[in-house]
Design a binder for this molecule. Structure first.
Ligand code: ATP
Ligand code: MG
Length: 553
């Protein structure tokens, strides 16, 4: 894969690895640290590309670390899914897969070290009191426990670990600066009591380190040189540095923050995505409407299109919301170039070529891609009865309509020119069959006399086509920002985000489509064989993206 374009982080790293820089002569080492409490989404993909992509650019390494210091909501299912998604994006952590919980013992020792140095103390303020005592810009925070003897804190901290106290009774706080203008530095809590089962350490621990204390230690222990994270951690950086500066550890990782990715017409918080799944608004984490990587993948997205998306939005210090249409634009670009063409009729009506002999059929070799002969050809069969799109016929044409209407000629893509002669209707006046005559001189769709035929329509052969279910998707939410306003985001769910067409007809070559195979269905859009529900007996295709690009640069 090619390397990312302009990116301010690279400027910082260039300085650090230049002669005289902190990391001169060292390998750049980053990490991607997801919390295993949900599936990765497109926002995480940006972080994955920043972390792994940076390591790749500098010939360095990137660790994959499950940030599982919070015992409340973690699950093995998520760990496996996260690994799979990162591999799918094309990255590899080699043998550098870690769990933050593996460092609990070391973190405890570092906490003890801080207490011994007079840099941490056990505080008995409740959460509510702590908020009350936190002060404001002109008033420092306070804690009556700040100057308790070191021995007393050591004893209490040990007993906290042993389970003597209930949740919330005490905390361990770093002794930093109660008057700091940065509230994160006002003696932050670094350990809390939580009698809860942990998915890996079980019931061994009932005290857990806070993120701001744990994360710099995890980074330092793994020898991370550059800890790349999102902007909300900027005001936590002084504490990050304080921790590594005050414990006995050699490594001094550098934290660099970049802007979070937001996309409109969707939600990206894992809590909200989980609610959509658990309350049954979508079919699962991999529902093709979800902004999760497994959802996008099932929808038909390619790793390449996601990389192109993250590359083009770039890495900056300014949070911004990207249009969903831009993500679609990137997919369309990729599939236009790389997806094989095929024909599928979504809303079929029969077209009978009345002057074509019954029982006869003929084959046409058609290219799989107009610009890529190396993608080969396939055979389509033409005969007396075809299926065409019902919208490709109008008994009484509207203005500028160039498809089938009595007396008009159209090209049956790659086959023949036909002239419409009429239709048959049922008792309710609905058209049930369309009639036409073909011109045998126009094999391949060419007119030997050079006469102009404006419309070209796609079709399938009635006799050997396959049946398929086709799922059309639209935005999951009807408004650009379902998170804003007073209403619950669920109130903005789009009732038409999924339309299922059960009666579609697809050309015979598509019978062999494998899960995740992607195609351009001519005149319709880009489609992907559904990885969960499609089988040779019941073919299911997802519309990944329509043909029309509404995105304006
Ligand atoms: P949530 O708040 O939804 O639970 P999170 O940020 O806590 O998400 P983590 O699992 O902690 O999710 O994220 C792992 C990494 O991915 C972090 O470094 C985080 O900064 C980054 N990340 C998460 N969301 C985004 C986003 N929208 N854009 C860029 N990076 C993101
Ligand atoms: Mg997080």
């Amino acid at each position: 894969m090619e390397v990312m374009s302009s990116n301010f982080i690279h400027g910082f790293i260039d300085e650090d690895i230049a002669e005289g820089g902190t990391y001169y002569g060292k390998k750049v080492h980053t990490r991607f640290p997801p919390e295993p409490n949900g599936y990765l989404h497109i926002g995480h993909a940006k972080a994955v590309f920043v972390d792994f992509g940076t390591a790749e650019k500098y010939g360095g390494m990137c660790n994959l670390r499950m940030d599982d210091t919070n015992p409340t909501k973690e699950d093995v299912e998520y760990v496996d899914a996260i690994k799979e998604d990162i591999k799918w994006l094309g990255f590899d952590w080699g043998d550098r897969f870690y769990y933050a919980s593996d460092y609990f013992e070391k973190m405890y020792d570092y906490a003890v070290e801080l207490i011994k140095k007079g840099l941490a103390y056990v505080c008995e303020l409740s959460g509510e009191q702590m908020r009350e005592y936190r002060g404001d810009l002109s008033t420092p925070a306070k804690s009556p426990y700040r100057d308790r003897p070191i021995e007393e804190s050591l004893d209490l901290f040990r007993r906290m670990r042993e389970g003597e106290f209930e949740d919330g009774k005490m905390t361990l706080r770093a002794k930093v600066d109660l008057a700091s203008g940065n509230f994160n530095m006002r003696d932050p809590v670094i350990y809390r009591i939580n009698h809860m089962h942990h998915h890996r350490t079980g019931d061994k621990w009932c005290i857990y380190p806070m993120y701001d204390f744990a994360h710099p230690i995890e980074d330092a222990l793994e020898g991370i040189t550059h800890s790349l994270c999102t902007l909300e951690f900027e005001t936590h950086r002084p504490l990050y540095d304080w921790v590594v500066d005050n414990i006995s550890i050699d490594a001094k990782p550098r934290q660099i923050e970049f802007a979070r990715l937001g996309i409109n017409n969707t939600v990206m918080s894992k809590r909200k995505l989980r609610a959509l799944v658990e309350e049954g608004y979508v079919a699962g984490w991999d529902d093709p409407r979800m902004p999760t990587l497994c959802g996008l993948r099932r929808r038909g997205y390619t790793p390449k299109s996601i990389r192109s998306f993250t590359d083009q939005i770039g890495v900056s210090k300014v949070n911004s919301i990207v249009e969903y249409g831009f993500l679609e634009h990137c997919l369309r670009d990729d599939l236009n170039e790389n997806a094989a063409r095929a024909m599928a009729v979504l809303d079929p009506i029969k077209l009978v070529i009345t002057n074509y002999p019954e029982g006869k059929s003929e084959s046409f070799e058609v290219e799989n891609h107009p610009n890529h002969p190396e993608m080969g050809t396939r055979t389509v069969t033409f005969s007396r009865e075809l299926y065409i799109e019902s919208t490709d016929f109008m008994e009484k044409p509207i203005k500028k309509y160039q498809r089938l209407y009595p007396g008009n000629e159209v090209r049956i893509k790659s086959a023949y020119i036909v002239k419409c002669t009429g239709c048959k209707k049922d008792d309710d006046g609905n058209v049930v069959e369309v009639y036409a005559e073909y011109d045998p001189e126009t094999r391949g769709g060419n007119t030997p006399d050079g006469r102009k035929v404006r419309g070209t329509i796609h079709w399938v052969n009635a006799e050997d086509c396959a049946d398929a279910e086709i799922r059309l998707y639209d935005n999951l939410f009807t408004v650009p920002d379902p998170d804003s306003g007073d209403k619950n985001f669920l109130d903005y769910l789009n009732p038409e985000s999924l339309v299922v067409l059960k009666n579609c007809k697809i050309e015979k070559s598509l019978r062999d489509a494998k899960p995740e195979d992607r195609f351009q269905f001519m005149r319709q859009g880009y489609f992907c064989a559904d990885s969960r529900d499609s089988s040779p007996e019941h073919l299911v295709f997802n519309r990944a993206v329509s043909l029309k690009d509404s995105f304006k640069k």
